[in-house]
Design a protein around this ligand. Structure first.
Ligand code: PEP
Ligand code: MG
Length: 324
């Protein structure tokens, strides 16, 4: 099966009835970007930009960041998407030079875009660096992590717009799309309201955090982690309802959490209406193969059943492993 998958890795992922799903990569640096091309990625659905900030004594400068983003962009084929997520630290990802005061509940505290609200210059510098790299080849997308409320989105977008205006980068910004991670249940539940926001172009479901926050279980907890299954019907129902609300407004929805790399989950995600799967690099050929084995019509039926299941085990039983 492996050799068969590899021989088709550069072909698009189209279901038996002609529905195309974008299969892109999760990366942390330019080397990953180049490597993802070897595995048949159709672009990058998540650049975890915190990796550009880690293992150093001070924050990368605007120029240093711009060079990394441009190098990632040049690694892709012209016009392919490159989704750059703004700095996502706090919670489980501390940075020595960007101290966050001790908190009782770091996962419910200053993390993700909230760090950018505490230190707007960090976010503004990153936005300038991204826009500077906007003409390096790929189509750029800026994505804010840990958005929880409409006010969060509006504040992030205000900082973005102000930065564009202050730096005169309007021309670059005209070719850049702006979106948010859907990794807090409030965003999935209010997808209709988020979809109505002007300038909010796309969404990407972070199923790792979304599952944790839905079940109130830490995905890294030694005893609870096995229960933190993104195939929990409560998570799938949120994705399905959100996809419907976003499509009604002509906006697209990706998944960049770990479940996008799980061939068993792929038919269900397609059936729920997910437009793009952003996977770990080695998973790309097998995820593409999983798309090609099914029809969108059967996926929709599968998704209908999945959201009525009682447990993740029941959901997984709908897609027998031997068929994956
Ligand atoms: C997620 O939460 O699913 C996600 C993709 O973000 P990260 O794993 O980087 O927190
Ligand atoms: Mg996350």
């Amino acid at each position: 099966i492996k050799a068969e998958e590899d021989s088709h890795k550069d072909e698009p992922a189209i279901t038996l009835d002609g529905h195309q799903v974008a299969v892109v990569a999760n990366i942390g640096n330019a080397k990953d970007a180049r490597n993802s091309m070897e595995y048949g990625a159709e672009g990058v659905g998540l650049l975890r930009s915190e990796f550009v900030f880690m293992d150093r004594a001070s924050a990368p400068t605007e120029q240093e960041q711009a060079e990394v983003y441009a190098e990632c962009s040049r690694a892709l084929k012209p016009g392919q998407p490159l989704v750059i997520r703004t700095l996502d630290v706090g919670g489980d990802k501390p940075l020595p030079y960007l101290p966050i005061p001790p908190e009782e509940n770091p996962f419910l505290g200053i993390r993700g875009v909230r760090v950018g609200f505490e230190q707007p210059e960090v976010l503004a510098t990153q936005v300038r660096a991204i826009l500077t790299a906007a003409d390096a080849g790929a189509k750029l997308y800026v994505m804010f992590p840990m958005i929880a409320t409409i006010e969060d989105w509006r504040e992030a977008k205000r900082i973005y717009d102000e930065t564009v205006a202050a730096s005169g980068l309007h021309e670059a910004a005209a070719n850049v799309s702006v979106g948010v991670m859907m990794e807090v249940p409030s965003v999935a539940i209010m997808a209709r309201q988020f979809a109505a926001e002007e300038g909010l172009d796309f969404f990407s479901v972070g199923t790792n955090d979304l599952t944790s926050y839905t079940l109130a279980m830490d995905r890294g907890h030694p005893r609870l982690a096995p229960q933190v299954d993104p195939c929990n019907p409560s998570v799938l129902a949120q994705i399905g309802a959100a996809a419907e609300a976003l499509h009604a407004r002509g906006k697209w929805l990706g998944v960049c959490g770990g479940v996008a790399s799980d061939p068993q989950a792929v038919p269900i995600l397609i059936g729920l209406g997910v437009d793009e799967l952003s996977c770990s690099i080695p998973a790309i050929p097998s995820v593409k193969a999983a798309v090609r084995r099914v029809s969108a019509a059967e996926c929709q039926e599968l998704a209908r059943q999945a959201v009525t299941c009682a447990t993740p085990a029941e959901v997984r039983a709908l897609v027998p492993l031997e068929a994956v």
